[in-house]
Ligand binder design. Structure first.
Ligand SMILES: [Zn+2]
Length: 666
């Protein structure tokens, strides 16, 4: 199981006394005793101050001695690795001293003198200050690597240098109207030069500090899901500290667990995230920690260091909560040699957040576009599926072991991804397309056995229930489709006399008594496999509305699709996550209980006790005979038939590992 790592935020105004009464030795010992293997501590903050006596940048005016160097030395003495934090795109001092280095957004420069100021790395800032400061830190301290933050620096900038370089590349001015067709060119321009820049910074570090850890916050993670250049060795998943936390960290850990390099998932210990000193409840810390460790990602805890360069009491408390959680989970989690074996892959495409033509790359609103993948993760989790999230770039490596591949309202796919997916289905795989099918090279995916009209027919429909229940409402554009090889599994039921874009008062209309001839769900055979299309955007609707009927219906759908499943949960309340590992003789089902999180304003809290939720874990024997089923070293009772081994459980703790030991192979 991955160890714990700790990130100390340290953005400190110039008038604050820093490092005047340090206790780095106790801090390092406490971190080591809690099982922390690596920390991030500050070389340079958003104010632009360095926390070591720099000759290149601006030392913190209130600092005595060498805050960074002292903490690094103490941590190294205890065997911890240390990464230097560099604020990449916000540097108050640089912005104040060099107006021409400021990043200029659509409404001017961002920040104010004496505080944080956004800077543009495509000005001399990079070569005259940032890289020389990186070189200075390497020369003086030989840290284990660097963590760069504030990557909004890769976003929209109208500074003189950026306008000049866009003009040189395209012969045009940077477009400012969001509907300008040139936005696609500008998005691609931002992307290509941004990725080239971080590759250059990574290479710069690797040349001077071979084997260094190098990470750029968020880049390569859910908001920007693409393969990173080789000199970037780490992905950092640092989701919003606002809104639901427990499921958000589960989603991030899921993405991280299928990426091509180590991932750090970074929650904070605070009630209101990075800017707070009030602690998050212990239960939420444990839920988030368990969700991250369940997926095999590393928990990199966000915290703050006291300006005196010593640990705060809150840090001590959080360290003890997470040390206990780690120690308890480590006894039961599968060994490193076991493999994560998700049945369902939810494909996360760059087009979902950047747009089909890259126009939204780092446009400042990317988190708003994570609703679909969040909804997909949540709906499959509530349906009891053994599912994970995989970046489009990493699908090929994972697809052969998947029972079902889902395209969750993906606007566009790369042509090579279409090939990979089609060949998987032709070999007998199952794919489910949700929402309007993605485009490939500007054309709709052509082998679904359906042809959709261009304009939506309804903006909400109902789907027939599987059993004796009311029809299930799904909000979102519905397009009529002609069948060109697929068969209708569920017809769409329109609302009574409804028309797209019109409203019954404030709301939607009641379901018609009989269905339309148009498919809500269709299925086509492709080679030896099947492709299913559910054309209405139920995943973004679920993210918005949490319509409980949809979760029940979705569970019924997964039960009926007939794709191979290693394991799934039946849990009437939803909210219990299933993560499955296996090796030749053992299957591990790791369960995480996400219940009781409340939102107060924008902030999440979980105050116990957790409800005791009955769940039934089903595991496919695949011809094997069960030797025994264990949890917390207690033998559990189970039933077994041809299709499934069933373990009834009561989920009354944050996490549970159920271990199924198999007798023999047939
Ligand atoms: Zn610029």
């Amino acid at each position: 199981m991955r160890l714990l790592a700790w990130h100390f935020d340290f953005h400190t105004p110039g008038y604050v006394r820093v490092n005047t009464n340090p206790d780095v030795a106790s801090a390092a010992r406490a971190l080591r005793d809690a099982g922390v293997e690596e920390i991030i501590t500050f070389a340079k903050c958003h104010f632009g101050y360095a926390y070591y006596p720099t000759r290149v940048g601006t030392p913190h005016p209130g600092m005595k001695g060498d805050a960074f160097g002292d903490l690094q030395a103490a941590c190294k003495a205890e065997g911890l690795k240390v990464l230097a934090y560099i604020s990449f795109g916000i540097d108050g001092q640089a912005g104040e001293q060099h107006l021409d280095w400021c990043q200029i957004g659509p409404s001017g420069s961002r920040g104010r003198p004496g505080h944080f100021i956004s800077v543009c790395p495509f000005t001399p800032y990079t070569d005259d200050l940032m890289l020389p400061q990186v070189a200075e830190v390497i020369e003086r301290y030989r840290p284990d690597g660097f963590f760069f933050d504030t990557m909004g620096a890769m976003g929209v900038c109208l500074c003189e240098a950026c306008r000049k370089s866009f003009r040189e590349v395209t012969g045009q001015e940077i477009p400012q109207n969001p509907d300008d067709p040139l936005q696609a060119t500008y998005g691609r321009f931002r992307h290509d030069r941004g990725v080239a820049l971080i590759a250059r910074v990574g290479d710069f570090i690797q040349a001077r500090l071979p084997g260094a850890t190098v990470g750029f916050n968020q880049v390569g993670s859910l908001p920007y899901p693409e393969r990173m250049p080789a000199s970037i060795t780490r992905l950092t998943l640092d989701p919003s500290t606002q809104g639901p936390q427990s499921l958000a960290f589960s989603l991030n850990a899921a993405y991280g667990s299928t990426a091509d390099r180590p991932c750090d998932v970074m929650p904070t210990i605070f009630n209101q995230g990075w800017g707070d000193w009030s602690l998050s409840p212990d239960l939420l810390l444990r839920q988030v920690g368990a969700a991250v460790w369940a997926r095999g990602a590393r928990l990199y805890v966000g915290d703050r260091l006291h300006p005196q360069n010593r640990l705060d009491r809150r840090t001590q408390h959080a360290l003890s909560v997470l040390r206990d959680l780690h120690d308890a989970m480590a006894k039961e989690m599968p060994p490193e040699s076991a493999t994560l074996v998700p049945d369902v892959l939810l494909v996360h495409s760059p087009s979902a957040t950047q747009g089909e033509d890259m126009r939204f790359f780092f446009d400042g609103r990317v988190r708003d576009r994570l609703g679909v993948i969040s909804g997909a993760h949540h709906l499959f989790l509530d349906s009891g599926a053994n599912a994970t999230v995989v970046g489009e770039a990493f699908l090929e490596k994972r697809i052969d072991r998947a029972g079902l591949v889902v395209l969750p309202e993906v606007p566009a796919l790369a042509p090579e991804t279409e090939e990979i997916l089609r060949s998987y289905v032709e070999r007998g795989g199952h794919a489910l397309i949700v929402g309007r099918p993605p485009r490939v090279g500007g054309q709709p995916l052509g082998w679904l056995g359906l042809s959709f009209e261009e304009d939506p027919w309804q903006d909400h429909i109902y789907v027939p229930p599987w059993g004796d229940a009311p029809e299930v409402l799904v909000r979102g554009d519905f397009y009529r489709a002609a069948l060109t090889g697929a068969e209708v599994i569920c017809p769409a039921i329109p609302a009574w006399d409804a028309r797209h874009g019109h409203r019954y008062g404030w709301g939607i209309g009641p379901a018609c008594e009989s269905p339309s001839p148009y498919p809500a769900l269709a299925c086509a055979s492709v080679g030896a496999g099947k492709v299913w299309t559910f054309g209405t955007p139920i995943l973004s609707d679920y993210a918005q509305s949490g319509n409980w009927q949809q979760a029940v219906w979705w569970k019924g759908l997964l039960d009926r699709m007939g794709f191979p499943r290693r394991a799934f949960l039946e849990c009437e309340t939803g909210g219990v996550e299933l993560v499955v590992y296996a090796d030749a003789r053992t299957t591990w089902a790791v369960l995480v209980h996400h219940a009781v999180e409340q939102l107060v304003g924008r902030w999440a809290r979980s105050v116990g006790p957790l409800p005791a939720v009955p769940v039934r874990l089903h595991v496919a024997p695949l011809g094997r005979r069960v030797r025994q089923v264990l949890a917390r070293e207690q033998v559990l009772r189970f039933t077994v038939d041809e299709d499934a081994l069933t373990v009834p459980l009561v989920m009354d703790s944050v996490w549970r590992v159920v271990r199924i030991e198999w007798e023999q192979f047939v």
